[in-house]
Ligand binder design. Structure first.
Ligand SMILES: [Zn+2]
Length: 183
């Protein structure tokens, strides 16, 4: 299920200022741990602030998902958002160039993951915009599945997904999301 990046998206050719061609795709992929269920590419390289990965690219440290977008899609101007709600995901096919509003939505979705059953989506489901429910709840379950399959320790996983360590523990122990999975 996991596709090689070059099959669908052509990476931009990387030539540095001295004219040297860099094998940027290979260097990037060395830090990626593909998640077979969701297709997410989980960043397994150096961590940066707020749980985002850091990738050194064109002489500066970038957030890894932003670097991925730049490598495979083009120079991003604006916010890079996740279709899959997985902060650690760097699959360019799961990323899109969003507006500030999209970025805020991204953060709200992550909040829902973080707070589980107690959040407003559960206690006040009518407040959620129509059309959002089916797609996003499915994607959120994918994130939870990715967390379940993540072999790193709880602290690292929590950091990668931007949620509390206790949330990871509850997901791993099936206390969160049990209803959704048993459907
Ligand atoms: Zn993803």
């Amino acid at each position: 299920m996991t596709e090689s990046p070059s099959e669908k998206l052509k990476p931009t050719s990387e030539v540095d200022r001295t004219g040297r061609t860099l094998d940027i795709e290979q260097r990037f992929m060395a830090h990626v741990s593909p998640e077979p269920n969701s297709g997410c590419w989980l960043w397994a390289g150096p961590d940066g602030p707020k749980g985002y990965g850091t990738f050194h690219f064109r002489g500066s440290a970038m957030r890894a998902h932003r670097a991925a977008y730049q490598i495979w899609t083009g120079n991003p101007v604006g916010f890079i958002c996740h279709k899959c709600d997985v902060r650690a995901c760097v699959n360019p096919q799961h990323l899109y160039l969003g507006t500030h509003m999209d970025n805020m939505r991204d953060m709200r979705v992550r909040n829902r993951v973080a707070t589980g059953d107690r959040n407003g989506a559960h206690t006040h489901p009518h407040r959620r915009p129509r059309g959002e429910v089916s797609g996003q709840s499915k994607l959120t379950l994918q994130s939870v599945q990715a967390i379940r399959n993540d072999t790193r320790n709880f602290t690292e996983i929590a950091k990668a997904y931007g949620v509390a360590r206790s949330t990871i523990g509850r997901i791993k122990n099936n206390l969160l999301w049990r209803n959704e999975f048993s459907q």
